[in-house]
Design a protein around this ligand. Structure first.
Ligand code: ADP
Length: 267
């Protein structure tokens, strides 16, 4: 029989503490292993995507180059091939750039260029630039609302955010792209809503799409190319602005709305 007094209590308590400690250590170890495994899986996926993304424009360029050197083609055909090759080169350039930029951002090696702007003015400029970058016809992007506030932003970084949203709206809308952007001020924030009418995002995926390398895997979703870096990049940029980015979607085929909240600059 153990008497729970004197030195026995001490040993008992130490025993319990050790068991609890060991259990905690095991739980932490197990959780870390799970996280690590999930990350490794995502990373493998990323490598597979990136390899495909690099290989396909490269093979295309190679094919056109070979055709151009081995066959006698009309000037018209030659120009057509050069145009395709230029487009593939831009695609490669953009992809490599985005990978480099994200890793520079993570290593805090990006020189930021923050300035005070009239929010209404600067966001209309940025939206117009995105329309140009993606050659969107008139009427695709509708902008409404206004804000009289000022904000402090890095113009180039914010352009990346809107270009990513626009790129995704185009990629994840099967038919005609429609983008509605709304600017407003609420309490102490500038709020920008960026809505498309595309395939939408299910509740569960809404929680993970901003994570690095995350892509939605769903057989119903058309096989669209990507790296899963875009929204992670967006989130990091908005965070650097002291803001917040969230997503809202009523589900599959109900469209997607991204909401950016930024602090108002007060003079
Ligand atoms: P990528 O587009 O390269 O896969 P992103 O980080 O930009 O990577 O997006 C992550 C995932 O979020 C995408 O793979 C896609 O499944 C989903 N997603 C992003 N934007 C939209 C959108 N506008 N509509 C539907 N799904 C989207």
């Amino acid at each position: 029989e153990i008497e729970l007094n004197g030195p026995n209590v001490g040993i008992f308590v130490i025993g319990i503490i050790m068991i609890v400690g060991l259990a905690c250590a095991l739980v932490i170890l197990f959780r870390n292993l799970l996280v690590q495994r999930k990350l490794t899986g995502l990373y493998d996926n990323f490598i597979a995507n990136i390899t495909h993304e690099l290989k396909s424009p490269l093979s295309s360029i190679q094919l056109y180059l070979e055709t151009l050197t081995s066959k006698k083609l009309s000037a018209e055909k030659q120009n057509e091939f050069y145009a395709i090759m230029a487009k593939d080169t831009t695609r490669l350039h953009k992809l490599i750039n985005s990978i480099l930029e994200v890793s520079r951002l993570e290593q805090k090696r990006v020189a930021h260029n923050f300035h005070i702007y009239d929010a209404d003015n600067i966001f209309h400029q940025i939206i117009d630039n995105s329309i140009k970058h993606f050659n969107l016809p008139d009427g695709v992007v509708k902008t409404e609302g206004f804000t009289k506030s000022q904000c402090v932003i890095d113009k180039e970084a914010m352009q990346i955010v809107f270009d990513n949203f626009t790129d995704n709206a185009v990629k994840y809308t099967p038919g005609n792209v429609k983008i509605n952007i709304r600017l407003k001020t609420s309490l102490k924030k500038i709020v920008i809503e960026f809505a498309d009418k595309g395939i939408g995002i299910g509740q569960i995926d809404q929680k993970t799409i901003f994570d690095k390398f995350h892509r939605v895997s769903n057989k119903a979703i058309p096989n669209v190319k990507g790296t899963g870096l875009g929204l992670y990049w967006v989130k990091e940029i908005i965070r650097l602005h002291g803001g917040k980015v969230t997503v809202r979607s009523d589900g599959m085929n109900k469209g997607t709305t991204f909401i950016i909240e930024l602090p108002i600059y007060k003079t």
